[in-house]
Design a protein around this ligand. Structure first.
Ligand SMILES: [Zn+2]
Length: 200
């Protein structure tokens, strides 16, 4: 890499810190940026700058927005009675892409992780409880991940919410489409059986 001019080396070094980009891919991206039309490279730099200036978290649900409320909170067609709790915006986007949910979300911005000293005050639980009390929420769907942290968070939320006049549900986990029972781990199988649904 020493054969490159220092400014190019610097770009490659910075790009290789991005998720999913090793040094090889970073070098390929840098070469592309060097050889593509100048205005393409400049508009990319400009959009990164503007994105950092404009995008912030929605004050209601903590999804990203470049306006006052995010597009989901501001959409009058979304069901205000259903609130889906997720750990991250990436999880929210995955659920949105499924098109299966028409309620609103609450992004916790993390999950409880006692070993890493992440407690209830470090994620957006207080804000969730305020929303549950102030908005006309009829059902809270807990969609934290099936990891130790996600499960701990789900159980903590259940304890907080269980005395309120609400339906509390947990998304089902099971066998992925195209999956095969004999290659599925024991915990997933146990969950899939517990979360079974009427078939007829
Ligand atoms: Zn929002």
């Amino acid at each position: 890499m020493n054969a490159y001019p220092p400014i190019l080396r610097d770009l490659i070094r910075r790009l290789s810190k991005l998720p999913g980009l090793g040094e090889k891919s970073a070098t390929r991206v840098a070469m592309h940026l060097l050889q593509c039309p100048r205005e393409d490279a400049e508009s990319l730099a400009e959009v990164i700058r503007q994105m950092r200036d404009r995008v912030r978290t929605c004050p209601r649900c903590f999804h990203f927005t470049d306006g006052e409320l995010c597009s989901i909170c501001a959409d009058p067609a979304r069901d205000t009675g259903e609130l889906c709790v997720v750990e991250s915006t990436a999880d929210l986007l995955a659920l949105e892409q499924s098109g299966a949910f028409r309620g609103r979300y609450h992004v916790l911005q993390g999950a409880l992780a006692p070993l890493d000293a992440v407690g209830p005050d470090d994620i957006r639980i207080r804000e969730l409880m305020r929303r549950v009390d102030e908005e006309q929420v009829k059902e809270v769907i807990i969609a934290t991940n099936p990891s130790n942290e996600g499960e701990a968070t789900a159980h903590y939320l259940l304890q907080l919410l269980k005395d309120r006049p609400l339906k509390i549900s947990r998304i089902a986990y099971g066998i992925p489409m195209g999956g095969d029972l004999k290659y599925t781990d024991r915990i997933t199988l146990e969950r899939a059986l517990k979360g079974r649904q009427n078939f007829a």
